[in-house]
Design a binder for this molecule. Sequence first.
Ligand SMILES: *[C@@H]1O[C@H](CO)[C@@H](O)[C@H](O)[C@H]1NC(C)=O
Ligand SMILES: *[C@@H]1O[C@H](CO)[C@@H](O)[C@H](O)[C@H]1NC(C)=O
Ligand SMILES: *[C@@H]1O[C@H](CO)[C@@H](O)[C@H](O)[C@H]1NC(C)=O
Ligand SMILES: *[C@@H]1O[C@H](CO)[C@@H](O)[C@H](O)[C@H]1NC(C)=O
Ligand SMILES: [Cu+2]
Length: 683
Amino acid sequence: MAFSMRILLSLTSFLALLSLHLRSVSSASATPSSPITTTDHPLDPLTKDEFTLVRTIVLKKYPTNTGFHYVGLDDPDKATLLKWASSPNKNLVPIPRIAFVIVMVNSQTREIFINLKTQQILSDNVHTGNGFPTLTVDEQSQAISLPLKYGPFIESVKKRGLNLSDVVCSSFTVGWYGETKSSRALRVECFMMGETANIYVRPINGIVIVVDIEKMQIIKYQDRSVETVPRAENTEYRAEHQPPPFGPKLHGVAMMQPEGPGFKIQGHSVSWANWKFHVGYDVRAGVVISLASIYDLDKHKSRRVLYRGYISELFVPYQDPSDEWYYKTFFDAGEFGFGQSMVSLEPDRDCPPNAQFMDAYLHDRQGNPSLLENAFCIFELHGGISWRHTETGIPNQTLREVRSDVSLVVRSVVTVGNYDNVLDWEFKPSGSLKLGIALSGMLEIKAVEIKHKDEIKEEQHGTLVSENSIGVYHDHFYIYHLDLDIDGEENSLVKTDLKSVKVTDGSSKRKSYWIAEAQTLKNESAAKIRLGTSPSELAIVNPNKKTSVGNEVGYRLIPAMPAHPLLTEDDYPQMRGAFTNYNVWVTPYNRSEKWAGGPYVDQSRGDNTLAVWTKEDRNIENKDIVLWHVVGIHHVPAQEDFPIMPLLSTSFELRPTNFFERNAVLKTLSPKVWKWPACPKQN
Ligand SMILES: *[C@@H]1O[C@H](CO)[C@@H](O)[C@H](O)[C@H]1NC(C)=O
Ligand SMILES: *[C@@H]1O[C@H](CO)[C@@H](O)[C@H](O)[C@H]1NC(C)=O
Ligand SMILES: *[C@@H]1O[C@H](CO)[C@@H](O)[C@H](O)[C@H]1NC(C)=O
Ligand SMILES: *[C@@H]1O[C@H](CO)[C@@H](O)[C@H](O)[C@H]1NC(C)=O
Ligand SMILES: [Cu+2]
């Protein structure tokens, strides 16, 4: 939700000039594989050379005052791409390779499409609607350096008896609160480092700094009051800065895969067990999974499941209405860029030793490509059970049949300021897709004069997590864009309500039971669903394909515990984040409807969101449809979240439901168990 010191990261990226695109780091010596210089799949992210090409073409037309806010692949037309994907001779289906670029030229936002093969600008239009593009890393680092050179701020620091060289600042988006005129601005807040690296728990409260980022000047400065900066003691999280003792002691494990990994990565295409899919990424979305299909052993063919899936937005509204906090209602994907905020993964920590890593090319404000090493990892996850049974009902026999499970995980971490989002796509041989979200990092802390709960006299909008430190209440609402294509594009949403039936005529000894009533939802308004209000199941089905016993083939959504927004619908942040009003939405596929909070989210006014598009109430029956799923977490901070939060996890599942004729892993045998050869016990 905040930006600070990301400049260090891009610098490191630049220094890593020679990097292998794909690396195995299970041992210290990397297994080299050739770096990707050309694309072999039309969905491959822009290459380093393509970023450079885009930059050259744009700067030729707009040589001065040009900032690159988004450069990415304009995803190919779906019909053409599907034709390409199913064609045995891919060369016969040419797919144009087009870059979509959002630049700001002299404070004007321009949308430019460039044909990368012919190197021509296809179109160039000015964006005139509300909202501004995703912030660049560069302008945020400029903004946060301003206070340190600003007289009144230096005074404020002195007045508090603090050392300026320990001050670190961070940038925050300003939101929108009904203003009729908007200009690009950021709030800047500063923190104390000193004896700790944990800056977020040591805010210098009482100061308001607003920066006009077009002029790159402080346009508002207020020093309201002097508040104690929470102490540095006991806030450190780096092991080397902690005093012993350490514990509890955890034991390690040796991993080896004598048969090698079970997956193959070619470029960005992954095949593993019965799954095939493409892993891409985007500056705005982060990891994007496309064209996921699963091999059906009984039907002897690959069957389509997911055309495209990614996190479309993350809305994080804080719940303190005071002058210094009310504006904290962040949209991490649209404002800060989920892909732009991806961070390098640490081998053997973020991912197990059997993981393989992939790098990503992103771009900076000047349009130059920047390399992010180990941007995501792919690994096989062991330890689970696929299915089992112990038969205790057959006299004089014990029968036990167990299959251990292995799944494939694609993991990335998106760090937006204080919070780290660990994002997993888990593929299971049973056909299930499990999408995991886990949060770690730091709480946003409000400094107060309170040292004990007994001193709290008025609402503090959070939990006293340590002396002088309130962890402020907030939500995390993620919305996934899931373009499922179950056995083809034409799909429907089926809602199955579980209903109580009362027995009143004495026909049973029971007084009640329940039945399942399925209904195909016809339009967008019917498909706006708040989960958890009544028992129901939701499935995306292909009404044109049935199993041999006549069920429509489908995939069911097994949601995480549903969370609903608590802000009123007329509140400004809620208008902008109106896609959280329901946990489930279904829209007809429209390639320009990608971002649930709208394409331009910084200071957006909620006039181009999923909630607005669906007012058309379009037909969604037997159509190419997109499932949007909101995963929400209300966060009431606790002391254990301080000074750094242990992973807080949630997940949901897309599970085949009458998709296969029977259990798809009935004949999947457990993997071979390998023993270390004559390995002595070591300590
Ligand atoms: C401020 O910090 C710097 C660098 O850590 C140090 O050299 C200096 O002595 C400090 N000044 C005061 C007044 O504490
Ligand atoms: C089970 O084993 C017991 C003891 O060996 C034997 O008496 C009994 O007849 C067996 N029952 C069956 C159903 O085989
Ligand atoms: C939308 O679909 C629902 C059933 O799914 C139906 O009851 C309703 O009349 C439809 N609305 C319109 C405007 O057709
Ligand atoms: C696709 O979405 C855009 C943006 O919401 C909208 O303007 C356009 O009318 C939509 N097209 C169709 C065919 O619904
Ligand atoms: Cu939180």
